[in-house]
Ligand binder design. Sequence first.
Ligand SMILES: Nc1ncnc2c1ncn2[C@@H]1O[C@H](COP(=O)(O)OP(=O)(O)OP(=O)(O)O)[C@@H](O)[C@H]1O
Ligand SMILES: [Mg+2]
Length: 171
Amino acid sequence: MPPWLIGRDALLSELDRVWSRGASQRRLVVLNGMGGVGKTALALTWLHRRSQTFSQTNLYVDLNGSRLVHPADPGEVLRGFLIALGVSSADMPADVSQRAALFRTATADHRVAVLLDDVASAAQVLPLLPAGPDSMTIVTCQWPRNTPRRRPDKAPQMATGFPVDGQISPR
Ligand SMILES: Nc1ncnc2c1ncn2[C@@H]1O[C@H](COP(=O)(O)OP(=O)(O)OP(=O)(O)O)[C@@H](O)[C@H]1O
Ligand SMILES: [Mg+2]
């Protein structure tokens, strides 16, 4: 994370606005953009600024959506999240859907910040959404793929909706 971000005040304010709009709407932001445009840096900077707000739990995972490796397995990601939330290995459900259900239960009454970095698809994201009305989720998605790194002349695109079916980006 750079010590400061150049030209991101408006996007940081927009993240503040999403957080402050209240728990009646799901607080979820999707940051799209080509590689190196600053999606991860923006998300980490905002979360760092809000470290007091989310002092209870910050969950971060790199889902490898744009890398030449297998995208992260949601079951394994859920295992890591649940361990971070205090679930012991002995109590870890074997099944992904059971882990997702336990994750929703474990986050229902908590203020949790979740950063799902470099997702491949909406399907990869769905089991990883916290249930609590007081939570904030930031998703980043590289689009277009395989573009050069380090593009400070561009900026991430921000969307506050979420396509429940299909893919996060046009492709
Ligand atoms: N606004 C900014 N001001 C200064 N440095 C920045 C800014 N945005 C990003 N950077 C720096 O540019 C580099 C690339 O940023 P980052 O890793 O956040 O891109 P990304 O969009 O997440 O890329 P990828 O899709 O490959 O994950 C990092 O070294 C980051 O610190
Ligand atoms: Mg990134």
